[in-house]
Design a protein around this ligand. Structure first.
Ligand code: MTE
Ligand code: MO
Length: 414
């Protein structure tokens, strides 16, 4: 990255997810708002920050091993089976499927079969991928696939099904299974204009890479990343109504929705007096939407202790408004052949999202601070949702999703 970069992240992907300023390295001219170069609305497939458990990672397998693991477009198969589990008092009858899909009898679904379903039922959805336990968004993509309920209908009549589990390739080692689930209702019924869980086979208009969970990955639009199982190979219906997602083992809330939250980019430690300071970051629209993003600048002594998110001083502010990145021209941003009017969460007439940023999506925010006197400062940003809850409210429990107020320190030198 050039020396003119004014903001960057810890991640390797900082070139695409972070924010940079155009200009020649070493130039002493202060950057302007027009020079802020926001990360792309659609993160390129291979630029997502990767969160993958287990070994070996599918994308490190050699071509023959990828074929053996059924991780290529030609060899991919999906099995769907029913859980025989019964246990009094909550599960008296076992789940059943009229026509399970199995490798053994040759009925497992292949990719052409899934794409055929797509001709009738295909959905497109713009989603920010955000890990419940990582305090930086992983990327945002335009995901294309088939609703889970349409795939389950291939199995005929289902009885006594209360949850649907799914997991992917795990090197045949049961201890490596990373599984997640949705309830029967979440799978089968979606409010008009709302978003069903779906089996994604394209990202940003291209086949999903193996790195990103291809050939086929689950996408659960409203949730953190742990529901969006990569390298999908198994669906398992059960009458055990409890949520036994692998992620629940880490004390995480396995029913959590994405949280509305502002995430702050890093910036320079020192700024020359007289130069403006830019605050930039990304704001994710969770279940409760985004009303606005605000910042608070606090003058501090060097080495001052960190303030709690509910410290009276912090709540008092003053919190001042940030600007949101302008909405793009969607026909220019979306992949060829994808009509914005057909993207879920977008208006069928105007082709613009029902909100900005779109629900479960994200956009950049920024503020320009000028005239700061020499000294040490802390700069914080927070979102305020459509219910008027300022971050980290209404869900300050971080195991329901990381949304602590983020802070950057810097020094203005005279
Ligand atoms: N099979 C499988 N799917 C998985 C995971 C995994 O470890 N294995 N990690 C999950 C978690 S916790 C997150 S946050 C997202 C990250 O998605 P990404 O790597 O595409 O950014 O993938 C999810 N899907
Ligand atoms: Mo995650």
């Amino acid at each position: 990255m050039s020396a003119a970069t004014i903001s960057r992240r810890n991640f390797i992907q900082m070139g695409t997810l972070g924010l940079a300023v155009h200009g020649s390295a070493g130039s002493s001219a202060a950057p302007t708002i027009e020079q802020l170069d926001f990360p792309p609305i659609l993160t390129p497939d291979l630029d997502f920050y990767d969160v993958s458990r287990g070994k070996p990672k599918p994308h490190t397998l050699d071509p023959a091993a990828q074929v053996a693991a059924r991780l290529t477009a030609e060899t991919w198969r999906l099995e769907i089976s029913a859980d025989p589990f019964v246990e009094a008092p909550h599960t008296k009858q076992a789940a059943s499927l009229e026509k399970p899909l199995s490798l053994a009898d040759g009925s497992a679904l292949d990719l052409p079969g899934l794409l055929e379903l797509g001709k009738k039922h295909e959905v497109h959805f713009l989603k920010a991928m955000q890990c419940l336990n990582i305090s930086t968004p992983l990327g945002q993509g335009l995901w294309t696939g088939v609703p889970l309920r349409e795939v389950l209908k291939l199995c005929g009549k289902m009885d006594n099904v209360r949850r649907i589990y799914f997991w992917g390739y795990h090197n045949d080692d049961p201890s490596q299974v990373f599984k997640s689930s949705v309830s029967y209702t979440q799978c089968m019924e979606t409010a008009p204009g709302d978003l069903p869980p779906f089996l994604a086979y394209r990202l940003n208009g291209q086949p999903l890479s193996l790195e990103r969970g291809g050939p086929v990955r689950m996408v659960v639009p409203w949730s953190h990343g742990y529901k969006s199982i990569k390298w999908l190979q198994h669906i398992f219906v059960t009458n055990d109504a409890r949520n036994n997602d692998t992620y629940a083992e880490g004390n995480n809330d396995p029913d959590s929705f994405l949280k509305t939250a502002a995430y702050v980019d890093e910036g320079p430690d020192k700024v020359a007096a007289g130069q403006p300071v830019f605050l930039t970051g990304q704001v994710i629209s969770g279940l409760s939407g985004v009303n606005r993003v605000e910042y608070w600048l606090r003058r501090v002594e060097v080495g001052a202790a960190k303030l709690a998110d509910d410290a009276p001083e912090l709540l008092r502010g003053p919190w001042l408004p940030c600007s949101l990145q302008a909405q793009p021209t969607w026909s220019e941003v979306l992949p060829d052949g994808i009509d914005p009017r057909r993207v879920l969460g977008f208006d069928a007439d105007s082709g613009r999202p029902h909100s900005w940023p779109p629900r479960y999506g994200m956009c950049a925010f920024y503020a320009k601070l000028e005239g700061l006197k020499p000294g040490s400062y802390e700069l914080r940003a927070r979102s305020v949702d459509l219910n008027d809850n300022a971050q980290p409210e209404p869900r300050p429990a971080q195991k329901a999703g990381k949304n602590a107020i983020q802070m950057r320190r810097f020094e203005v030198v005279g």
